[in-house]
Design a protein around this ligand. Structure first.
Ligand code: ADP
Ligand code: MG
Length: 707
């Protein structure tokens, strides 16, 4: 019965083999079912008519207005020629502009007549404009404007050229619907449909393609998004349950000599309350006999490194090895140095493994790892890629997870081994609902307290014309013995974009800060590793006062004496990136500053971002705002994770309420039926298994890529 959805798309009337091939290539539509799930990318609302004044106030992608033509004019010459039609309703005037088909429009639009215009409004000098609007006489039966809410389908240039534009696709879906109506199987059990007041799957699919009203469209989208997110939440909660109930984990029962010695004699500072709490949570996890899978969220500078180290010491005291992985070599080196320094008197053996570790050295390290002589291995993901083997790996720390790829942690141990405990550390504050979906199978710890004595960083937004003042300020700070970061969005000058580049900037800075009185170093992602390390070292040792770089320093770099972070073209960065960059300063006892440089003309979203940066240093607040401003998938890692999670209909960033609803329902279901063994939940079990298979496939693909 459902088989019809598996039928090859070429058998749909008016498709045929050639267009079927194109649909497959361009949109991955191979079957009837694929076409059915090719939902409109957006909708246009032709059920309501807006007044010109309201268009000015509300941001709408496409609207229709009903207005009278009051003046027409041809402006410009040659290919710049355009036809401008001024129209008016009772609330205001708007300019409608055509660059093409001018004669055709001229013939059809009469002065003083009223029309319905449909298009994408924009504001130009405070005036409403529409370029190339569609238009028609009001009140014509069967006309477009009587059609209400319409779906617009994603298509491609190639498809459009082969008579498969949005409208044609809509036509195909209509044909398809005629064949499949009445045969769409329900996928949610009746008790959930009742509880949540959901549309049936069939009704929902019909309404997303052919909405009868905006309200029905919303209900239909809710139903489909809910279903999708609910399946994921069920899977995540089940996985967590299975891990907690069934997985075996090493029992780290001792708090031994080395941990105690370090804690009592070598700690460079007392732990904050939050740090103590997290250590306790980790110790509890490691004691249960089940594998720990914990996410540690702590803002930049909250002191995550020492937690990794303390945990690794507990692990070493219990006779197991630890691996600490950082996303970049700079960071791995930094961790290596600081941890070696701290551990020196303890007799703990620490080693470093990165992409630039030489073959000979690798052989030596491999030996030390296999003999169990090395206690703590610090490295980059080269550690995974090169399949490093341990004698008894008991604990893995993944620092700055979002840089790592969600699935890579799976490759750290082989299937038949007892899995090591895993601590994922991230400085990216992830809004709660998002964390639920991205990391739903992890337990979460929060480091919500900064070490004492930090002065909040002062953030200033400065425009280009105040540059000399900024330079003056940098000089003052350098004269006081401090150091300065200057970060650029790109390395080379670009012809297309008016963006400051690192290369240009370095030249200009050299004029303001001439050697030998000043010393600056340049570090960027395209440089050889050895050069990068050298530059970082010079800066860390305080021999250079200025570090000029791209965002390679975004994550984790720690130079407490640096007090000024200048971010060029700050409007080009996202909020979470700006926040990360700002976190590079304010790490010592001195007052620190973050200066956001921007051009004079910036978009309203950019302005909001920069204002938010000035207003707050709270990473979670900024993350929530980022989510609202940028929406879908632009938060680091969400797009990738959305794909890995097979989220196609819902939007992880925007559908936060639906995520919460889905999670609540999933929790309820699992409370009543922990392993989905009841008959009424059979279809849910099938769904979960299907998603799990898909996710495993994604894991395999990702792993195939890195191995
Ligand atoms: P992040 O969480 O960003 O990784 P780090 O671990 O790099 O933070 O710590 C930032 C700085 O704060 C380091 O210089 C570290 O030595 C210091 N630090 C960490 N914990 C404390 C504490 N409890 N008291 C004082 N300083 C601390
Ligand atoms: Mg860190």
């Amino acid at each position: 019965m459902e088989d019809i959805l598996l039928r090859d798309i070429k058998f749909l009337p008016s498709v045929g083999p050639k267009r079927a091939e194109l649909l497959k290539l361009e949109l991955k539509i191979s079957t009837f079912g694929d076409l059915l799930m090719h939902l409109p990318a957006r909708y246009i609302d032709r059920s309501s008519v807006y007044t010109i004044d309201s268009v000015r106030r509300v941001e709408m992608p496409y609207v229709q207005i009903r207005a009278r033509v009051v003046a027409t004019q041809i402006l410009g010459q040659g290919h710049k020629q355009r036809y401008v039609v001024q129209v008016m309703d009772s609330t205001g005037v708007a300019d409608l502009i055509w660059f093409r088909n001018v004669a055709w429009v001229q013939k059809r639009l009469e002065l003083q007549r009223e029309y319905i215009f449909f298009g994408k409004p924009s504001l130009f000098n405070g005036e409403v404009q529409m370029v190339h609007p569609e238009f028609e006489m009001p009140g014509v039966a069967g006309s477009a404007s009587a059609m209400g809410v319409q779906g617009v389908y994603r298509t491609t240039e190639k498809l459009s050229n082969n008579m498969l534009g949005s409208r044609a696709i809509s036509g195909l879906v209509r044909t398809l619907w005629g064949k499949v109506e009445g045969q769409i199987r329900e996928t949610l059990p009746p008790h959930i449909i009742r509880e949540r007041g959901l549309l049936s799957r069939e009704e929902a699919l019909k309404q997303v393609h052919f909405p009868s009203t905006p309200e029905m469209l919303n209900r239909a989208l809710y139903r489909l998004k809910f279903e999708e997110l609910f399946g994921i939440q069920l899977l995540l909660l089940l996985q967590k349950k299975v891990r907690i109930d069934k997985s075996e984990g090493f029992v780290m029962s001792r708090v031994g000599e080395r941990f105690n010695k370090f804690y009592e004699e070598l700690m460079p500072f007392p732990l904050t309350g939050a740090q103590k709490r997290v250590i306790k949570e980790v110790r509890q996890d490691m004691f249960t006999g089940h594998q720990m899978n914990r996410l540690l969220q702590g803002d930049v500078g909250s002191g995550k490194t020492i937690i990794a180290l303390l945990c690794a010491l507990i692990v070493a005291d219990n006779g197991y090895q630890s691996a600490i992985m950082a996303p970049t070599e700079i960071l791995a080196n930094q961790h290596y140095e600081s941890i070696c320094g701290l551990c020196e008197p303890l007799g703990v053996s620490v080693a470093l493994w990165t992409g630039s570790t030489r073959k000979k050295e690798r052989a030596r390290l491999s030996e030390g790892l296999m003999s169990g002589e090395i206690d703590i291995l610090i490295g980059t993901h080269a550690l995974i890629e090169q399949g490093v083997q341990f004698a008894n790996l008991g604990f893995v720390v993944i620092d700055e997870q979002h840089r790592f790829g969600v699935m890579q942690r799976a490759k750290l141990w082989t299937k038949n081994q007892t899995p090591p405990h895993v601590l994922v550390m991230t400085a990216t504050p992830i809004p709660r609902t998002l964390a639920m979906t991205l990391y739903g199978d992890l337990d979460v710890s929060l480091l919500d307290e900064l070490p004492p004595g930090r002065k909040p960083i002062k953030t200033i937004h400065s425009y280009e014309n105040y540059r000399l003042r900024v330079v003056g300020f940098m000089r003052e700070q350098i004269a006081a013995g401090r150091q300065v970061y200057v970060v650029y969005p790109m390395i080379k000058e670009s012809e297309k974009l008016d963006i400051a580049s690192l290369e240009e900037g370095a030249v200009a800075l050299a004029e303001h800060f001439p050697p030998p009185a000043y010393c600056s170093v340049v570090v960027h992602g395209k440089m050889k590793q050895a050069l990068k390390d050298y530059g970082m070292d010079v800066f860390k040792r305080g021999e250079a006062q200025i570090l000029i770089s791209t965002t390679v320093i975004e994550v984790g770099v720690n130079v407490p004496n640096a007090t000024v972070m200048v971010i060029e073209n700050a409007e080009r960065f996202g909020l979470s990136q700006l926040h990360q960059l700002r976190g590079r300063v304010g790490r010592g006892g001195d007052q620190s500053y973050c200066i956001l440089m921007s051009g004079n003309k910036i978009s309203s979203d950019s302005r909001k971002r920069l204002e938010a940066m000035v207003a707050t240093t709270d990473g979670f607040e900024l993350a929530e705002l980022d989510l609202q401003l940028r929406g879908a998938g632009d938060i680091d890692g969400t797009r990738q994770s959305g794909q890995a999670l097979e989220v196609k209909i819902a939007n992880l960033a925007k559908d936060t309420q639906i995520i919460a609803d889905a999670r609540e329902t999933a929790q309820g279901v699992l409370e009543a039926d922990p392993y989905l063994s009841l008959a009424e939940n059979a279809m849910l079990l099938a769904t979960v298994q299907r998603i799990e298979r898909q996710r495993e496939a994604v894991v395999d693909i990702e792993l195939a890529k890195i191995s």
